[in-house]
Design a protein. Structure first.
Length: 355
């Protein structure tokens, strides 16, 4: 079969590469598309995967998202229609544009999704989805509210990160690319997704609250922060405020190795905190509302802390940096937990074997 993957955020290239690798072992052909946003396309370069870049992010307004989305639908439709052979399955992480194209062209959709809080995206994708692959830590009711049907449910007992962390080994050369060594002290930081549809009511598109957290951290921490801004406006603001106290990679790097050697990861989203914590590095998400998958991860002994206010995030960060855990002990503990969890790749393979 021909499997078409479409990636729109920086989490997805790692997930889809891991899933694709398993599918290729079974003799399937894979193709990748993505949009121009954040580190997405350069992550495919890092993974040595060919990808067709089509469309871009719509920015921080509803009108901008609508126009960019419609443009991308046209680009994707033309590209997929003109392939020598139509894909047999489409896989995305709840991407409205590629899901609409796949549905319109009669291609069954596998929707890998752990974000029912992204309601607009859910309502645009779940009704057009044939298979909804999600962590069983998320209650079915959350999907039913977005238009899901029982026949679509394909839960797995685990978290996405199991798919790409199973065979991970840290690479010191990643540090050298940023003029660092494993003796250097640093943390990983990522601003909130301030232009996402689910954040527009906060009226801070392209902005960030990360500066307040970093100011407080630098009061007690003499290392640097490797920062991964989501938008050019965040990058310019943080560089102006912190100068050489922060490092902003110009393109995608092996973030997994950076987590491994870092003292802490803190993010206004979820992905980086989840990945870093799953490698045994203490991590904080300051996303302002409870998310079921994050709560589940924290509850099973993985060092992820959900702090819903800036002050709580600052207090937790200071405590973790001033009272560090034993990394070796924590990594061994986390590894034993991950070994008991399922990967979404297993569920996708199961689905394809039924076809």
């Amino acid at each position: 079969m021909i499997i078409w993957f479409d990636a729109v955020t920086a989490k997805e290239p790692l997930l889809f590469d891991a899933v694709a690798t398993e599918l290729e072992k079974l003799g399937h052909e894979v193709i990748f598309t993505c949009r121009e946003y954040d580190y997405v396309s350069s992550l495919f370069d890092l993974l040595k995967r060919d990808v067709k870049v089509l469309g871009k992010h719509g920015g921080g307004t509803l009108y901008g998202k609508l126009i960019a989305g419609n443009t991308r639908i046209n680009l994707l439709a033309e590209y997929i229609h003109n392939l020598g052979k139509k894909p047999d399955i489409h896989i995305s992480f709840a991407c409205p544009e590629s899901t609409r194209v796949a549905f319109g062209l009669g291609i069954p959709v596998i929707n890998v999704n752990d974000s029912p809080h992204a309601k607009a995206v859910g309502k645009l994708t779940i009704p057009l989805t044939k298979y909804l692959v999600y962590s069983s830590s998320i209650r079915k009711e959350n999907w039913l509210k977005l238009g899901a049907l029982d026949a679509q449910f394909y839960p797995y007992d685990g978290i996405d990160e199991v798919a790409w962390l199973t065979d991970f080994s840290a690479k010191e050369e990643t540090l050298e690319m940023l003029n660092l060594s494993k003796e250097d002290k640093f943390i990983i930081a990522r601003p909130e997704e301030s232009s996402a549809a689910y954040m527009l009511d906060k009226k801070m598109a392209g902005q960030t609250l990360l500066d307040e957290i970093l100011l407080a951290i630098f009061d007690v921490y003499d290392g640097k922060a490797i920062v991964f801004p989501r938008y050019e406006s965040q990058k310019e603001f943080l560089l102006k405020k912190f100068g050489n106290k922060i490092i902003i990679p110009p393109k995608a790097v092996d973030t997994l190795s950076l987590y491994y050697f870092s003292d802490l990861c803190i993010t206004g989203g979820a992905t980086m905190a989840r990945e870093a914590a799953a490698l045994g590095t203490p991590s904080i998400s300051y996303y302002p509302k409870p998310l079921e998958v994050l709560e589940y991860i924290a509850s099973i002994g993985i060092p992820l802390f959900n702090e819903f206010t800036l002050q709580e995030a600052i207090s937790r960060a200071k405590d973790l940096l001033m009272n560090p855990v034993n990394k070796t002990v924590m990594r061994n503990q986390v590894q034993s937990i991950l070994e008991k969890l399922e990967s979404p790749a297993d569920k996708i393979v199961e689905i394809l074997e039924q076809k």
